[in-house]
Design a protein around this ligand. Structure first.
Ligand code: ASP
Ligand code: MG
Length: 437
């Protein structure tokens, strides 16, 4: 099979290694060998690293022990040290293999961000020093997850899992042919292999499908990195650092169509995956007067409190009372804030009571083929019915169906849907341990 990506004679590849691939000294040496092997094949390589193992979590714990509410600037300064440990060690290991490797902080690599500490957005990438190192035949190693704020000049972080975004941003700026994201699983799967042992590795997914999968709990790639890749039409190759196997390519629909037309890929499946997210809570606003302006008051109060609302359902109102119930989901971590916000706005809303339920899961089916294939919903709900799983809420996009179920039913729901849509593979997926970050 030809490769998904058209490699020119000398092509530039950005390789990102996650924390599970850099857990200890031996892993660092193993990754170093892999990088040097890629260079030996004739490619130019730029490397982006995450912090080793659980370093970021350990640094967060440490900060918490020192201060209950650390200043955001200092927390960012602390957290970026994790990636700096990785980059320097990896550069040392590569030097030992006889190659010139040079490590750079995000700031040195030209990752310019806004000043939103803890969740900074990349606003410019000026990788002059990286290009220079490449021209001199060196292998640049860049600390992921960090940048420097354009206005304050302070060091920032991009949010948890942000090294993926660093890698894609650098790859786009350097016009790399592909951004390889190395992790501890073989690629993007049709379901979490820890939940569905028969999950299959996907050969490719579109950016859009990957965005939907990432948003519904498939924790393979940082959401923003996929948005970024889509914007620049940059191929991402998610693969394991523990095997040589081809992983999953994340591409534009046009690139996939071309590959199919040229016989490099089989026909695109209707459904690409099933995922469950157990981190949401369901809030029901009971007894809301059924008249114009009440829903507006509810969601204005939530928006003002900075709550991200996902699904929304309004019941048919009871004719006798003229009142109705409005139910929405939001991250569990914001449920308390949501009820506070609603209670303080209760005058304008006029509800009777609030019910919070955090024992829920959102189970989602994603597939670009849904657009053109009727019957997907019918199969979806039949599978859940056969498994005796009650559906509490429903929402859809053009390429996704999501339902809220009891959290205890989530695993069975994912398994039932995976089987019903013919996604079960023959062999079992390989999971190499680690945290998946
Ligand atoms: N080390 C950071 C984290 O654990 C960034 C990353 O892994 O991408 O979130
Ligand atoms: Mg990490």
């Amino acid at each position: 099979m030809l490769s998904w990506v058209d490699f020119a004679v000398v092509s530039l590849i950005v390789q990102k290694f996650g924390g599970s691939s850099l857990a200890d000294a031996d892993s660092v040496k193993r990754v170093a060998r892999r990088i040097v092997a890629t260079k030996a094949e004739g490619h130019q390589v730029v490397v982006v690293v995450s912090a080793m193992g659980d370093t970021t979590d350990e640094l967060l714990d440490l900060a918490e022990q020192v201060s209950p509410k650390p200043p955001a600037r200092e927390l960012d300064m602390l957290l970026t040290s994790g990636e700096r440990i990785s980059m320097a060690l990896l550069a040392m290991a590569i030097s030992d293999l006889g190659e010139d490797a040079r490590s750079y902080t995000g700031s040195q690599a030209g990752l310019i961000t806004d000043s939103a500490h803890g969740a900074a957005r990349i606003i410019d990438v000026t990788p002059g020093r990286i290009a220079e190192a490449l021209n001199e035949g060196a292998i640049p190693i860049v600390a992921g997850f960090q940048g420097v704020a354009q206005d304050t000049k302070d060091i920032t972080t991009l949010g948890r899992g942000g090294s993926d975004t660093t890698a894609v941003a650098l790859a786009a700026a350097l016009e790399a042919s592909v951004c390889e994201i190395y992790t501890d699983v073989d690629g993007v799967f049709s379901a979490d292999p820890r939940v569905v042992p028969a999950a299959r590795k996907l050969e490719f997914v579109t950016y859009e499908e990957m965005l939907e999968l990432a948003a519904v709990g498939a924790k393979v790639l940082h959401l923003r990195c996929v948005e970024y890749a889509r914007r620049f039409d940059l191929p991402i190759h998610v693969r394991s650092s523990f095997s040589q196997r081809e992983g999953t390519y994340v591409l534009s629909p046009e690139a996939i169509e071309t590959a199919i037309a040229e016989g490099r890929a089989m026909e695109q499946p209707i459904i690409s995956g099933v995922a469950a997210d157990v981190n949401d809570a369901k809030v029901t606003v009971v007894g809301v007067p059924d008249e114009p302006g009440r829903a507006a008051a509810i969601f204005r109060a939530l928006a003002d409190a900075g709550i991200n609302v996902d699904m929304i359902v309004q019941n048919v109102s009871a004719a006798s009372t003229g009142r109705t119930d409005v139910t929405f989901t939001c991250p569990q971590g914001s449920a308390a804030k949501a009820t506070d916000a609603l209670e303080s706005g209760s005058g304008a809303i006029g509800f009777e009571s609030l019910v919070i339920d955090d024992q829920i899961a959102k189970v989602s089916l994603v597939g670009a083929g849904m657009r053109s294939h009727p019957g997907v919903s019918a199969t979806f709900f039949a599978a859940l019915a056969e498994a005796s799983i009650n559906v509490e809420m429903i929402s859809t996009s053009e390429i996704r169906i999501s339902v809220v179920t009891r959290v205890d039913d989530a695993k069975r729901a994912v398994q039932a849907l995976h089987t019903a849509f013919g996604l079960d593979a023959d062999g079992e997926a390989v999971v190499y341990g680690g945290t998946g970050r």
